[in-house]
Design a protein around this ligand. Sequence first.
Ligand code: NDP
Length: 245
Amino acid sequence: MAKQLYITGASSGIGEATAERFVKEGANVVLAARREDRLKDLQEKLSGGNGKAVYKKTDVTSEKEMKELAEFAINEFGQIDVLFNNAGLMPLSFMKNTKVDEWDKMVDVNIKGVLYGVAAVLPHMIERNEGHILTTSSVAGHEVMPTGAVYCGTKFAARVIMEGMGKELAESNIRTTSISPGIVQTELTDTITDEDAMSFLKDGVGLGSMTPLASEDIAEGVFYAVNQPPHVDVNEIIIRPTNQG
Ligand code: NDP
């Protein structure tokens, strides 16, 4: 497998596991996120793999940095086959608690970050008439729950943007995929500051009693979608823990 890809949100969780999966199989991967120390550690960890990992500190809310990231990836590896738009935040909260700063952040990272990723790489892919853009949506991009009005909104948006773009690109060889995980054990819930939301999630939704997936389970889905033959475009994947309703 000789794929060149770049992954946002590669400093932890699903992005990190996906980078590991691909480098192990011989792909060249650019790791992107804000925490440079974590990216550096991951690069070192992956240095014995069959592929190569390099990193670039990037904030997905900056259109400029996302453009520079795409240029860096193309310069490093000559071309980009795959963009995995995976960075995301999930500060769940009840609307009545008006966490406007957190709403802003979710829109900036989960929607605008995806759009900046697309804008930075799509011209390159159109020029080559080849490429694959994947975005991490969520089960929350298919169904809405209390505390998730804004988060779910951003994940619906990410999924719909991928679907709409896929339809526009139907005449090309460029593929688009939304990956929709259920509950995965990562650092994602660390951004929740609304205590009402935390109690609701633990007691009301029963998250505490579910067995979450591992990031590697989602990485496997990404790997599957990317490694289909060129005429197969896996547009949507939903991966839930078996005991998640
Ligand atoms: P993590 O918190 O482990 O990973 C989130 C990643 O996003 C980190 O690498 C973080 O890196 C990065 N990130 C956040 N903000 C920015 C930013 N402004 N610029 C660049 N990178 C940023 O959680 P997950 O691995 O779970 O999350 C990955 C994706 O999966 C998200 O889109 C999330 O919404 C989605 N998802 C997760 C589920 C779960 O249950 N865990 C379920 C469904 C979807 P850094 O802080 O270093 O910038």
